[in-house]
Design a protein around this ligand. Structure first.
Ligand code: UDP
Length: 383
């Protein structure tokens, strides 16, 4: 007997499975298309004995203590503060753009003048989205905003999304704000750390419960079907809750058209030296076809005379050809998503959670928080 079906073994699905199994003592079946659990957080030790993130760098950072306490049941942590450099005009400089970057890219007197100007206009430790700074009427600040926009954002965003920063939801570029201060870290959150033995191990621990069964290598359409608002599991009516974490357009057979996603071709390389670059990630806004290079040894220190790097080549998502990583945030796409969302409300026992099902740019901590809330409000309270 199965009480809940969960489609997708990423963070959203696994957090819900763990809660249902432990707090409700109900039986869960997780159906996963890939040959592994963990969704895009999946990590494993490669041939160089380096723990790599198969679907691109996943750095855990949060201000949410509840999320940390929840995950700490399944892993211990290693402190890790992510730092990123950007390759600009032949130099690697600190990103997010901050006071240190000013002195790295401009002569000292000019950097000092711009620093003073920023401090006259903004509070210390403030974060300003580039599209906000661009509205500045002060001529020095407008110069600086144009410089940062041109050197850091416009070309990177063209590669990553095929769009200009202002064509997208402002929240996207606001993820990497200009920082009024000297903190070179990519994130400012209170908690910045990595699960000691990786995400896959942490998620395996979450799922280690007799109430949880997992089918990997299984497209949910091989075992489930949907007819006249009714779910079927192996041809029998299924009246329990179905928690769906995949693409919402795929669930409903693209009835309102395909929702666009951005994909990335992840190209790993072994380099025959101890370290390849100074920091875990170097962004290449203006050069090469890839957006960034990540060297995993900096994230999970490993003794080895070789190193593994990852180059990310963004590309259009094509059904069946590559992986949908990012929803694309334009007003039109959001409207199309809303049509699916409205339609989904006709299915009383369907719960949608996750980056793909909700068409949202969730970070890992956001999705854990969201899954815990869904459990409390839509599952626990209704049980
Ligand atoms: N971005 C940019 N230049 C950079 C870093 C980020 O233009 O050097 C923009 C780009 O549009 C990117 C967004 O900011 O998609 C968010 O960056 P983040 O590093 O948070 O992306 P993620 O790690 O989620 O791919």
């Amino acid at each position: 007997m199965i009480d809940y079906i969960i489609i997708g073994a990423g963070l959203a699905g696994c957090v819900l499975a763990q809660n249902i199994a432990n707090k409700l003592d109900k039986k869960v079946l997780i159906i996963e298309k890939r040959n592994h659990i963990g969704g895009n957080c999946f990590d494993y030790k490669d041939e160089n004995n380096i723990l790599i993130h198969k679907y691109g760098p996943h750095l855990f950072h949060t201000d949410n203590r509840e999320v940390v306490e929840y995950l700490s049941q399944f892993t211990s942590w290693d402190i890790y503060n992510h730092e990123v450099l950007a390759y600009i005009d032949g130099k690697k400089v600190s990103i997010p753009f901050n006071f240190n970057t000013l002195y790295e890219v401009f002569p000292e007197s000019k950097a000092k003048a711009l620093e003073d100007k920023l401090l006259q206009n903004y509070e210390y430790n403030l974060k300003i989205p580039i599209l906000e700074l661009k509205k500045s009427e002060d001529k020095d600040l407008a110069f600086l905003a144009d410089y940062i926009y041109d050197k850091v954002f416009v070309n990177y965003t063209a590669k990553q999304w095929g769009m200009k920063p202002e064509e997208m939801d402002t929240a996207v570029t606001a993820r990497v704000p200009v920082f009024i201060g000297r903190d070179n870290r990519y994130f400012n959150d209170n908690y910045q750390m990595m699960p000691t033995n990786g995400y896959t191990k942490m998620i395996e621990n979450m799922l280690n419960h007799p109430n949880i069964k997992i089918m990997i290598n299984t497209d949910f359409k091989e075992v489930c079907s949907l007819e006249n608002e009714q779910f079927y599991l192996f041809d029998s009516k299924f009246d329990g809750k179905v928690i769906y974490t995949g693409q919402i357009d795929e669930l409903f057979d693209y009835k309102f058209g395909e929702l666009p996603y951005r994909s990335v071709d992840m190209k790993f390389e072994t380099v025959e030296k101890e370290f390849y670059q100074e920091k875990a990630t170097v962004n290449y806004p203006n050069d090469y076809e890839f957006t960034r290079i990540t060297e995993f040894k900096h994230i999970h220190p490993t003794k080895s005379d070789k190193t593994t790097i990852l180059k990310e080549y963004p590309q259009e998502y094509k059904i069946g050809k590559n992986t949908p990583y990012y929803p694309i945030f334009t007003a039109t796409n959001q409207e199309n998503y809303n049509r699916y969302l409205e339609y989904s409300k006709e299915f009383k026992n369907l719960v949608l959670v996750g980056r793909l099902a909700e068409y949202k740019y969730y970070d890992m901590d956001d999705i854990i928080k969201r899954a815990l809330e869904v459990f409390d409000k839509e599952i626990y309270e209704q049980n």
